[in-house]
Design a protein around this ligand. Structure first.
Ligand code: FES
Length: 154
């Protein structure tokens, strides 16, 4: 993941707009590159995709794949959608937040871990599901997630 760079971000935005992509494609590429969308990108995104700044900001807030803050070194996204809730994702979430001291949507003080909600990862038959740094995690229980968290903190 790169540090935010206005020039590089503008190049991504222009390339997406010139290729005829939609706003969400540019947001996806910015998040893939920098891990988040800095406020500095809102105005150029609005200009290039003919949206208001409020619409751009709204898209970033609406989709759980996008964020407006730099994430930690690792990102754990825990599914909060119905199928996973039915098999214990709330319990897993509570366990993670208690063990790490990180609230859902926040990053640890040492910037090592961000814990985020996500609303379905397509693993509904194998919940509770989550994703660590883009890698799927299925059929989680406290023992499994505890082992994963230990791996992150070591
Ligand atoms: S509801 Fe959790 S993966 Fe679909």
């Amino acid at each position: 993941m790169h540090n935010w760079n206005d020039e590089h971000a503008l190049q991504i935005i222009e390339d997406c707009a010139n290729a005829g992509h939609v706003l969400t494609t540019a947001l996806r590429q910015l998040v893939d590159c920098f891990g988040f969308v800095d406020d500095a990108a809102i105005a150029p995104l609005a200009t290039h995709f003919l949206r208001s700044k409020a619409e751009v900001y709204g898209s970033i807030q609406y989709y759980s794949d996008f964020r407006d803050q730099k994430p930690g070194q690792h990102v754990l996204r825990i599914c909060q959608a119905e199928s996973c809730q039915a098999v214990g994702s709330k319990k897993i979430t509570k366990f993670v937040t208690a063990k790490t001291g990180i609230s859902l949507g926040d990053t640890s003080d040492d910037n090592r871990l961000t814990v985020e909600p996500v609303y379905c990862l397509g693993l509904c038959a194998n919940g509770p599901a989550a994703e660590l740094d883009g890698q799927p995690l299925a059929e989680l229980d406290e023992a499994k997630i505890n082992k994963i968290l230990s791996g992150i903190s070591s």
